[in-house]
Design a binder for this molecule. Structure first.
Ligand SMILES: [Mg+2]
Length: 486
């Protein structure tokens, strides 16, 4: 299946040696629960954000997946597929401890490890090409080291010339996998895949590709950069061309800041109380505010969506001329839209007792250092106050010593939160793993963990990776859900 252009493609400046390793923990949250509770091992387990019959399952064990249970499904749907499924609530502090341990295991083999999410990381072994003869042996060692520490945890490892293809490799063998993608076998693998099997290609991108006559990942790899530019609109098409032809696009860019979102699933009891729904919205906005303050960011686009029990949705996207950061400002923009909609339809309220899910997303970020303050408002003062408040919270490490009025509105809904797609919240302080955006850390019994960074072999000369500006190409908002745990 080797294309005659391969030789040419491979000399386009891309490095084709498989020196990038991607690690993806299998059924992460569910396996972590099974690790801590041996009585759950070998059984179908669903992990919930909170204990309620209306909750959504955010992670399923491999035993539950056999029954067709998928993350994001409502508990009642899961029960229909798998009546004997055991449920447990999330324990984010535990997942973070294991995350840090897994990262340290990887770092004992390579100093260039970049965590991509709570259960994924990429390691660039380019500097170690003279140190290790066989990266599959290193991968087996990493798996063995993880197993030694956490005997129930498995991971899939992909090895390829770039981080994108290495990630593709982790998807090819779902449990305890180890796949090496090289210029010699890439076409055979791609030929067996669907377009939507590629990370970042969801139905919308698939539709665009099909319209141009590109039906498979293999055809996509052999499409010209010019054609892909047409499909994706500009430079994003070039990125896709490079990803599939061994160029590096994804390794060092900060994927986390493309979008941030916070979402919350309601019980029917919660949705009966309009005040509860409104305070949920404030808590979601406050979470996003915290993350923007910490990142020194403002946003210019807000998304708000409500999902109802019958599967219908109400959603709105707000583009702003002036970037915002303040939770109550986010909320008031959302309210403006809601009020407009309710009045134009003669509706009493969109916050009905049929609400099952609220989701706030933000994107189009602006760094605070480049913010243009308008001369005639008190933004600077307000922004300073907000920053100082978070500094005080950090300083006293007692996140609830100082609270904003908005946090007091319904403090018990603001607890720990864990992002599937983000590890920015992770902080190691005095050897303890903490979430730096937390208001209250969830308690975990046992000693605080000491983090030991092991000695690494001396690295070879530094890699010559190209730096590429990255544009977001994946599905909007949905790919990095924030799960609020109670
Ligand atoms: Mg995983």
């Amino acid at each position: 299946m080797k294309h005659r252009d391969d030789y040419f493609r491979n000399s386009m400046g891309a490095k084709t040696e498989p020196l990038v390793m991607f690690l993806d923990m299998n059924c992460y949250f569910a396996s972590c629960e099974q690790q801590r509770h041996p009585e759950l091992r070998g059984k179908p387990v669903g992990v919930l954000t909170y204990d309620s019959p209306n909750a959504a399952v955010i992670a399923a064990s491999k035993e539950a997946k056999i029954f067709g249970v998928k993350s994001g499904m409502s508990l009642s749907d899961c029960r229909m597929l798998c009546p004997e499924m055991i449920t447990t609530v999330t324990h984010p502090a535990w997942y973070r401890i294991i995350h840090v341990d897994v990262m340290n295991i990887m770092r004992s083999y390579c100093d260039d490890v970049i965590p991509k999410s709570i259960d994924e990381a990429v390691a660039n072994f380019y500097s170690y090409r003279l140190v290790y003869n066989d990266l599959t042996e290193v991968a087996r060692q990493i798996k063995a080291d993880i197993k030694k520490k956490y005997d129930y945890l498995t991971c899939s490892i992909g090895i390829a010339p770039n981080s994108f293809l290495a990630k593709v490799g982790t998807g090819l063998q779902k449990v305890d996998g180890l796949v090496v993608i090289t210029p010699d076998n890439i076409d055979d693998y791609l030929a067996k895949m669907k377009l939507t099997d590629l990370p970042g290609i969801a139905t919308r991108n698939e539709r665009r590709l099909l319209l141009t006559g590109i039906r498979t990942p293999l055809e996509m790899r052999h499409a010209s950069a010019a054609l892909l530019r047409k499909v994706f609109g500009g430079v994003v098409g070039d990125y896709w061309h490079r990803r599939l032809n061994f160029g590096e696009v994804d390794m060092y860019n900060k994927v986390e800041n493309r979008t941030m979102s916070a979402t919350r699933t309601m019980s029917s009891q919660q949705s009966r109380d309009r005040q509860q729904l409104e305070s949920m919205l404030i808590s979601l906005c406050t979470r996003l505010e915290q993350r923007m303050v910490k990142g020194g960011l403002f946003c210019k686009e807000i998304y708000f969506g409500i999902r109802y029990r019958d599967g219908s949705k109400w959603e709105t996207t707000i583009k702003l001329a002036d970037p915002v950061q303040d939770a109550m400002e986010l909320r008031s923009y959302i309210y403006e839209r809601i009020t407009d909609f309710e009045q134009s339809r003669g509706l009493k309220t969109v916050f009905t007792d049929k609400v099952t899910n609220l989701n706030v997303g933000i994107q189009s970020f602006v760094k605070n250092t480049v913010m243009q303050y308008s001369l005639f408002d008190n933004r600077i003062k307000k922004d300073t106050v907000r920053k100082v408040m978070y500094q005080i919270k950090d300083h006293f490490e007692q996140k609830d010593i100082v609270r904003k009025g908005s946090e007091l509105f319904n403090p018990h809904v603001m607890k720990d939160a864990i992002g599937f797609g983000s590890v920015r919240d992770m902080l190691v302080k005095n050897g303890e793993v903490k979430n730096k955006h937390l208001l209250e850390e969830d308690a975990l019994p046992g000693e605080p963990r000491k983090i030991v960074i092991k000695k690494k072999p001396p690295p070879a000369p530094p890699p010559e990776y190209e730096e590429v500006d990255h544009e977001y190409t994946g599905p909007e908002y949905d790919d990095v859900p924030m799960i609020e745990a109670q």
